[in-house]
Design a protein around this ligand. Structure first.
Ligand code: ATP
Length: 485
């Protein structure tokens, strides 16, 4: 057997562009409404992308709910009573400081503008600039932020000028109207986070599930933000999906639970087979209006270390405010302490689309397989097998001699357990390459020997090693290697 030499053949700066092109070519991710030239920062998942996304969602869901007795899941509606967003602080506070260039009319998020500039500076200078920015952001010092942009002579990428407006806050929530009579309708918001659906159901779940503190409520679902600078493929979208869990604890114990969830979530990331040096924690200096501690888990994306998940100690801010705005009691009776209180909350909040992008970035590899005799290469997505869109490809060597029938039988045996793919066109080599490109961990070839001794060739995606195994053992082997728990 020929052992391939794996050699990366791709400059890092091209990696993101290559991944975007690959996702389109192989049915993972398309731009929304592409035939109308697309809608900015909105994407559709294709046949393989939606399977990958679903597998990641399922893995998160099971890790959170099935694997923890004291965490249950819900599925709250996207539309919520408008007062929810008053109580949560989103109507007044869910905004980012923005600045416009007067010549191009292009709007920028102030922190993004300064961060991009810091990257062009020598490390020490860049770090000093970011530290100054953090201090000004923490103080809501908008005049100071504008001065910092001017002092650094930062120019607009489009007009090339430094002719800036003042720094202003810009609310990121989308709104629409509910009701049939124009003018009399109520304004409702598309939720900017899934968390509030959990808070307003806190007592419903606690009472009906007879939950005892500490306990958690998990939810996955769409969220919407009118991001001003939406770029980086599916990293920053206007419509995206979140996977959030709110963990309700006794007041005073939030610090230890915060540390617990930081560690637990990092373990989850490492369980995806990603090396620890691809992650780092970033502790927040400027805390959100609801938090007493917060950090981001950052992953080393093709464009550098960026947030994939947040762990936030949200105090009792949300429940307390919902109690005040709704006039309904949202306290919990702790039988051990014989006391009523509003629980404190630790939140873990991860973007599903950002996780898809993380998994794609990690999995995407261009390999040079050239030997002395011939030039060769492949693009392979080395997904963790449990996340792969297709687990098994069943490939009859020829379209005749009864081989397709045997292949179909194997498909029928396996399809209820995991996603299989049948293909009989083209040479086996080409079919293997197509399966590599969508990250299928196992390919099984049915040939004439199968008819004689009921064995098949199974090919392993990452090593490209092939071995002969009984056809009767295929299902169990694939199940064992692709199971998450
Ligand atoms: P950022 O600083 O990148 O805007 P954030 O701190 O506002 O993110 P959170 O409000 O903590 O993000 O949301 C939790 C998670 O939701 C983020 O870690 C991210 O994975 C995801 N997320 C937030 N905004 C977007 C977006 N516009 N597109 C895709 N995912 C997003």
């Amino acid at each position: 057997m020929l052992l391939p030499i794996f050699a990366p053949v791709m400059a890092n700066e091209n990696k993101l562009q290559n991944i975007i092109a690959h996702c389109k070519e192989y049915g993972f991710i398309f731009q929304s409404s592409e035939i109308y030239d697309g809608l900015q920062a909105v994407y559709d998942y294709g046949q393989y992308g939606s399977e990958l996304k679903k597998n990641i969602r399922d893995y998160w869901w099971k890790s959170m709910t099935q694997m923890n007795d004291n965490i249950v899941g819900i599925d709250a509606a996207i539309f919520m009573h408008p007062t929810v967003w008053k109580a949560s602080g989103h109507v007044d506070n869910f905004s980012d400081p923005m600045i416009d260039n007067k010549d191009s009319n292009k709007r920028y998020r102030v922190d993004h503008l300064l961060e991009a500039h810091a990257e062009t500076l020598p490390k020490e200078e860049g770090d000093a600039l970011l530290a100054e920015m953090d201090t000004l952001l923490a103080a809501d010092d908008f005049a100071g932020l504008k001065q910092l942009i001017e002092d650094n002579k930062i120019k607009c990428g489009i007009s090339g000028t430094g002719n800036w407006t003042d720094v202003r806050q810009f609310n990121l929530m989308f709104s629409t109207e509910m009701g049939s009579v124009a003018g009399e309708a109520d304004v409702v918001y598309l939720r900017p986070e899934t968390a509030q659906g959990i808070f307003v159901n806190f007592l419903n779940v606690q009472k009906t599930g007879r939950m005892k503190i500490p306990f958690g409520i998990a939810q996955t679902g769409k969220a919407f933000r009118n991001e001003i600078v939406a770029r980086g493929f599916i990293f920053r979208m206007r419509e995206f999906e979140q996977m959030e869990m709110q963990f309700f604890v006794r007041p005073g114990t939030q610090k230890e639970w915060y540390e617990h969830w930081k560690e637990t979530r990092m373990k989850w990331h490492l369980s995806l087979g990603i090396s620890p040096d691809r992650y780092r924690f970033h502790d927040h200096v400027k805390l959100a209006h609801y938090a007493d501690a917060a950090c981001d888990i950052e992953y080393d994306f093709p464009m550098g270390f960026k947030e994939v998940e947040g762990v936030h100690s949200r105090t009792d801010f949300d429940l307390k405010n919902h109690q005040q705005y709704s006039g309904k009691k949202l306290t919990y009776f702790d039988t051990e302490l014989n006391q009523h209180y509003i629980p404190y909350v630790i939140e873990t909040s991860i973007g599903l689309d950002r996780t898809v992008m993380m998994i794609l970035s990690e999995a995407y590899q261009e390999e040079d397989l050239s030997t002395a005799e011939k030039q060769d290469s492949r693009v392979v997505l080395k997904f963790p097998p449990m996340l792969a869109p297709i687990k098994l490809a069943v490939l009859p060597l020829l379209k005749k001699d009864g081989l397709p029938e045997i292949a179909r039988e194997l498909m029928n045996e396996c399809r209820s357990e995991f996603r299989c793919f049948y293909e009989e066109k083209d040479t086996i080599g080409k079919r293997y390459r197509r399966m590599d490109a969508i990250g299928t961990p196992f390919c099984v070839t049915i040939d004439h020997q199968t008819k004689e001794d009921q064995t098949v060739t199974i090919r392993h995606r990452d090593s490209m090693q092939q071995e002969r195994i009984p056809i009767s053992s295929v299902k169990k082997l694939v199940l064992d290697k692709t199971r998450a728990f």
